[in-house]
Design a protein around this ligand. Sequence first.
Ligand SMILES: Cc1cc2nc3c(=O)[nH]c(=O)nc-3n(C[C@H](O)[C@H](O)[C@H](O)COP(=O)(O)O)c2cc1C
Length: 188
Amino acid sequence: MHKIKIITSTTREGRKGVIIANWITELVKGMADVEAELLDLAEINLPLMDEPNHPKMKQYKHPHTLAWSRKIEEADGFIIVLAEYNYGFPAPIKNALDYLFQEWQHKPVGFVSYGGASGGLRSTQMLKQVVTTLSMIPLVEQVALSFFTKYINEQSRFVADATIEKAAGTMLSELHRWMTILRPMRGA
Ligand SMILES: Cc1cc2nc3c(=O)[nH]c(=O)nc-3n(C[C@H](O)[C@H](O)[C@H](O)COP(=O)(O)O)c2cc1C
């Protein structure tokens, strides 16, 4: 059994990211041999990084960090539902990554990015540099949603077309392969 955590990247009032996150979470729940959990950064509500020690030391002072550490520790892989703010990654996801270190290591991460023309690709490229510093494995296979609002219906549900479904399926199967080969490396 592999545990996949789906993480949002935005927290603002009326954010759209959680709609996309709900869609990909449902797809992950349909996978065999996988347990999916959505970690919505708006709900988790981490303050701006306030730990006195470097996360590598794992000497956490605050209950919010301990709770976040437990969630990420138990994961085998991640999907980041990534918006693009001013051609870069939104601050909440960088903050959430910065809180921890060892918990992220040697785990794969897939991206579902969204935006205007770029579909969040610039944001993804920037975040790849950050996640590799945490020894995570960013997948090449990704879902990049250009002009994503056209896939959101009146009930605020994300409705994927065949191309998006295919991209998601490819990304998820690659995520599964990486989770399988990286688990022994972690001694897990
Ligand atoms: C501060 C801000 C900056 C943005 N910058 C970009 C951008 O650089 N590229 C882009 O494609 N969309 C950009 N957008 C539009 C977002 O793609 C769109 O608002 C999306 O809904 C943001 O994700 P969220 O709703 O989960 O916050 C920006 C939106 C905001 C609020």
